[in-house]
Design a protein around this ligand. Structure first.
Ligand code: SAM
Length: 261
């Protein structure tokens, strides 16, 4: 069987180092069914199916890779989904919880994380190889320059571990950037203690102007800003706020609506 021809627009950089593949697969626990995103030619799949008791499903957008997987992994043929993860109805496929693994296509890794966030109560664990820079951002603590929207939103619901860095030369073709493997484990916060839709809006709005003090960037949200303009949180920049402080800020916004004149 011929190998799959790498397609740039699908972010196809195939991992060639089997030791690293094994290490990634060993990083995920088997307490739930597992969905592998973008198996390509199955370098992770091969190690995943060896793990006893695994219930593995894979989703791959590239038809050529799907055909390759069907021929080389007949034992999971009925669980190979040909399609786009971003369009997948996760609730229909997994009525219960499931974990996620993958060497992700870097061009859509943020969208994948946003989809995981939307389904956070169904996804207890995720192990993924992504661009090193994005991994650093996700794992970053407040007051670091990498700290941003994805760090706050993911850290609100997940414990994040930066596991290890992966160099360009272990891929074919090699990407232009370094990679890293991270693990997300759902924390025990069932709810944040604030309006969670507003929380997301506050985080996104303030980071959209990350150099500005929050009292300025938050003008884009409609509420009675004058009532809290002197609050200490509003004098800071978003990168200085922890998740708990964003929760506090969200509650301040919610508790001070605009009044009818
Ligand atoms: N897992 C393989 C490996 O480690 O060698 C391939 C990893 S490659 C970085 C990313 C894979 O994701 C490719 O096989 C690509 O076709 C697939 N992919 C890209 N976009 C996708 C999407 N929206 N849904 C599912 N798979 C996708």
């Amino acid at each position: 069987m011929n190998k799959v021809r790498a397609k740039k627009h699908l972010g196809q950089h195939f991992l060639t180092d089997l030791g690293i593949a094994q290490k990634i697969v060993d990083s995920i626990s088997l307490d739930h069914p597992i969905l592998e995103i973008g198996p390509g030619m199955g370098v992770l799949t091969k190690f995943l199916i060896r793990r006893p008791g695994i219930d593995l499903h894979v989703i791959e957008i590239d038809r050529e890779s799907v055909e390759y997987l069907q021929n080389n992994f007949p034992e999971i043929r009925s669980k190979i989904i040909s399609g786009d993860f971003l369009k997948l109805d996760l609730k229909k496929l997994f009525p219960q919880s499931f974990s996620v693994i993958g060497n992700l296509p870097y061009n859509i890794s943020s969208q994948i994380f946003f989809k995981v966030l939307e389904n956070r109560n169904q996804v207890p664990e995720l192990v993924a190889m992504i661009q090193k820079e994005v991994a650093q951002r996700i794992a970053s603590a407040p007051k670091c320059k990498e700290y941003g929207i994805l760090s706050v939103l993911l850290q609100a619901y997940y414990d994040i571990e930066y596991l290890f860095t992966v160099h360009e030369h272990v891929f074919s073709p090699p990407p232009k950037v370094k990679s890293a493997v991270i693990r997300l484990r759902r924390n025990n916060r069932e709810s944040l203690g604030c309006n969670e839709t507003l929380f997301k809006q506050v985080v996104k709005t303030t980071f959209n102007q990350r150099r500005k003090a929050i009292r300025n960037s938050i003008k884009a949200i409609s509420f009675n800003r004058e009532a809290i303009v002197d609050h200490l949180l509003l004098t800071k920049r978003p990168e200085h706020l922890s998740v708990d402080e964003f929760v506090e800020l969200t509650n301040l916004v919610e508790q001070n609506p605009l009044r009818d004149r």
